[in-house]
Write a protein that binds this ligand. Structure first.
Ligand code: COA
Length: 172
């Protein structure tokens, strides 16, 4: 398994669509409500491709034997006073591939990439109590706030969201 920065996601479109649809079906809080239609998921990835083309998103995939098992996005801030800052979006590993260290490897690779392009302050958020909440804390991210009822499920249940930051430092 290796983590690669991808410019052309078309060879992985079906894998990424599977990962997104399955993650949403399994209850992930990543911006979509279940049941997410395949076509909508595919269209989402086609929009990501456009953003990659414009250097608005750096897309990383965890790949083995030509198949993608997980993904994460680095979204550089475009503001003049924030050229050192980027957001982390859509960390996802297919439900059947979880708990093998892929999520951790994606985040480690993302930090390496962020450092290489001069984005030394990372901002991210996640639903309170999710696996990612613990993962980010253990990876050195500082939780700086919780917004109550940040997301609302289709049945009306609301969830708090935790916001984190991390200042990257040179590798020792
Ligand atoms: C969050 C996610 C990417 C983690 O991927 P993963 O490949 O399973 O993660 P890893 O195997 O690298 O595990 C990372 C850490 O989380 C822990 N972990 C993973 N799954 C866990 C679970 N179900 N329960 C408790 N701990 C868990 C691991 O023990 C590991 O701990 P460590 O940091 O102390 O080593 C994956 O669960 C996922 O895709 N979730 C749905 C999407 C989502 O919520 N993304 C976050 C959006 S902000």
């Amino acid at each position: 398994m290796q983590v690669e920065q991808i410019e052309d996601l078309s060879p992985y479109l079906a894998d990424l669509t599977d990962i997104l649809v399955a993650s949403v079906a399994a209850g992930a809080s990543i911006g979509f409500l279940p049941q997410l239609a395949r076509e909508e998921a595919e269209n989402y990835w086609l929009d990501v491709q456009k953003a990659v083309n414009k250097d608005r998103i750096v897309l990383l995939l965890a790949i083995e034997n030509g198949k993608a098992y997980g993904t994460v996005q680095l979204v550089p801030c475009l503001k003049g006073n924030a050229e050192h800052r980027a957001e982390v979006h859509k960390l996802m590993v297919g439900p059947r591939s979880r708990r093998h260290g892929i999520g951790h490897r994606l985040m480690a690779a993302l930090e390496h990439t962020a450092w290489e392009i001069g984005r030394t302050l990372l901002i991210l958020d996640t639903r309170r109590g999710d696996v990612a909440d613990g993962l980010y804390g253990r990876m050195g991210y500082t939780r700086f706030g919780i917004v109550p009822a940040f997301t609302i499920d289709s049945d009306g249940t609301s969830h708090d969201t935790c916001f984190f930051y991390k200042h990257l430092t040179p590798a020792k």
